[in-house]
Ligand binder design. Sequence first.
Ligand code: ZN
Length: 449
Amino acid sequence: FSGAQLAGFAPACVLGLLLFSLLYVQLARPMQLYINGVPTVLVQDEAQAQALLEEVKTELAALYPAAANLRYEADLTFSKSGVEVKAKSAEASEIRTVLKEKLDWKVDASAIQVNQAKTAVLASTEEAESVLDTVKRAYLPSNGNVTLVEAEFVEPIEVVTVEASIRELDSATEAVQLLTQGTEKIEEYVLKAGDSLWTIASENDTSVEALQAANPNVGEKSLQIGEVLKLAKAEPMVSVKTVIKAVNEEKIPYSTVYEKDSSAFKGQQSVVKAGTEGKKAVTYEIAQVNGVELERKVIAETVVAEPVNKIVKTGTKTIVASRGGGGSGVLAWPIRGRINSPFGQRGRGYHTGIDIDANKGDPIYASAGGTVTQASYSGGYGNCVIIDHGDGLSTLYAHLSKLSVSVGQKVSRSELIGLAGSTGNSTGPHLHFEVRVNGGYKNPINYLN
Ligand SMILES: [Zn+2]
């Protein structure tokens, strides 16, 4: 180059370089992406934004494969005006996030309507139907021996196609919980030291009544640390009516047959044969709403084992009332007086006779004719007389202050046998009077006239 040439070339070079770099900067300058007119993110150019948009769409389509017609509704525009020359476009990952979140992505979805109100929204009709099926089965009893006859919703239920934002889509699990509990999740609270229903209610923006309704068994016991309380009560949005068939094995009670026995006294009973319960298989048809029984019908009964009757012999023989026979058939009062303590269960013990009020020295008479088999002091009975009236019947007179008969002596009905007292295990003068049939204690009241 000559000096003159150089002198002319250099400025041209500088100018060219300047023009080139201006053009370059202008070309590399990012564009502002406007979503619905709002400047949102800087992108390299429209082509990059479109490519990233396709990537986002593919990603969302994979997340909601069952949802049809994935699309967004927004107006995208690009402009370089107002973008600084030296500004840089955002990272591709950031642009993708913006496109995912700022665009209102929509799908054709299926909503479950209960009483014409939209509840859960699912990606497809198949998913919605499957959710409804799960909800129906949620109320089926799980024990064996049960078959389902029918299950249906009480409320009118419809599955309708709706345009839904992808954010609205429920998973099948969320949808089932929403329909059965009224909420997608019931919050729980773990009890710690010092908690009361009142403090838990005020900390969690609820009421003691609501906590009690959500945890029905809480009122019956004291709160334990570590126990888990539900903070809200499940309020199902749907009612499922189920009709099930259940087979129960049940007992058949036995009957008691009484047979007359002229060799035993009236009032005397003996079991000749113990009864045995039978068994039957009963098939019920049970209607329930949300697991709560409404109605049960017996639809079949099969006897598995017949019951066996209990046979009891009852005596018909009347009591021999006097040594001479031909008496009234009942016992005479050994002394007239108030009953201080009746026959039967007394506290933890059993009172084997009746206590008749008496004063010390009052005369005591034989209840019926018979033979004296005991006339002596006998432990807690004190001075005690026992008279055998024959045929298994005997009477006993206890706590006497004086004995007027001796063993082996024959006595007549209403003959003096001793004087009332308080000997033996006794706190004051009275007559303890017993009636025994074949050694068993009987209530004297049933034998006295
Ligand atoms: Zn007594």
